[in-house]
Design a binder for this molecule. Structure first.
Ligand SMILES: [Zn+2]
Ligand SMILES: [Zn+2]
Ligand SMILES: [Zn+2]
Length: 255
């Protein structure tokens, strides 16, 4: 087979990036439709239901447990390993065809499915923390830590977004297109530079209500993750800061 020219190589890479972005966009769309359906049908648990031990309305399995978190695989006893293999088998039987990933609550060994199971509600502590973030005044310090990125979306619109400067690439696979007013896959991204260096003073991004809810959920899961995985602390903290910055920006918009 003839060797590809540089131009052909670039064309192929661009086609691949577009395909991937479209796939992410579709996945995001499916997740959004699920969330709307769950809200409509009352599948989400209230905090009271959740704390009272009501099982997941998606799969019927428990959400709360009293087990301590399992040790890493290398330090598991034979019994722990057997239990884990059993749970994996059950998960595959129930959700082998779902292909949307999985989640679990710390302390409970049951694994839930993103396609079938709505994630648990936010607790009062988390909600309080989020409210603080949403309604606290915008921090100038945080703004200093934001970079501007130029993104090309699947609709071919080019938009600018901010994110925390600890990222070396743009971290969101899907974002809101302000032209189409629809969430779109990000095909390519280019770092423009620090927000404070921009000639026209730009405000940090102001996510819409759906985006805000997603960011809130992301904040909760990022914080839970931070607790569990101290070794990834720096990266996760960067992500939390970035989401905080976005939420803060939105709150200050009065939205
Ligand atoms: Zn479930
Ligand atoms: Zn499932
Ligand atoms: Zn667009």
């Amino acid at each position: 087979m003839a060797k590809l020219t540089e131009e052909q190589r670039q064309q192929r890479a661009a086609a691949r990036a577009r395909r991937d972005a479209l796939a992410r966009e579709e996945r995001h769309q499916r997740a959004e439709e699920r969330r709307q359906r769950w809200r409509r049908e009352g599948t989400y648990l209230s905090w009271e239901e959740y704390k009272a031990g009501v099982p997941c309305r998606g799969c019927g399995q428990p959400l709360l447990g009293h087990a301590s978190d399992r040790p890493p695989q290398s330090r598991m006893t034979d019994r722990e390993r057997e239990e884990r293999d059993n749970e994996e088998k059950q998960f595959q039987e129930r959700h082998g065809e779902c292909h949307e990933g999985r989640w679990l609550v710390s302390g409970c060994p049951v694994v839930h499915c993103f396609a079938c199971c709505p994630t648990p509600p936010m607790g009062p502590k988390q909600a309080e923390q989020l409210a603080k973030i949403l309604f606290s005044s915008r921090s100038e310090d945080r703004k200093k830590e934001l970079d501007v990125w130029r993104l090309t979306l699947t609709c071919d619109h080019v938009i600018e977004r901010t994110q925390h400067n600890s990222h070396s690439s743009y971290s969101m696979g899907v974002t809101r297109c302000s032209e189409c007013e629809t969430d779109r896959g990000v095909v390519s991204s280019e770092r423009v530079g620090p927000l404070c260096d921009q000639e026209v003073t730009r405000e940090p991004d102001t996510p819409g209500p759906v985006e805000r809810e997603r960011l809130a959920a992301e904040l909760a899961s990022a914080e839970a993750k931070l607790k569990r995985q101290q070794r990834n602390a720096a990266a996760t903290q960067g992500r939390i800061d970035e989401i905080r910055a976005k939420l803060t920006a939105r709150a200050n918009d009065g939205g």
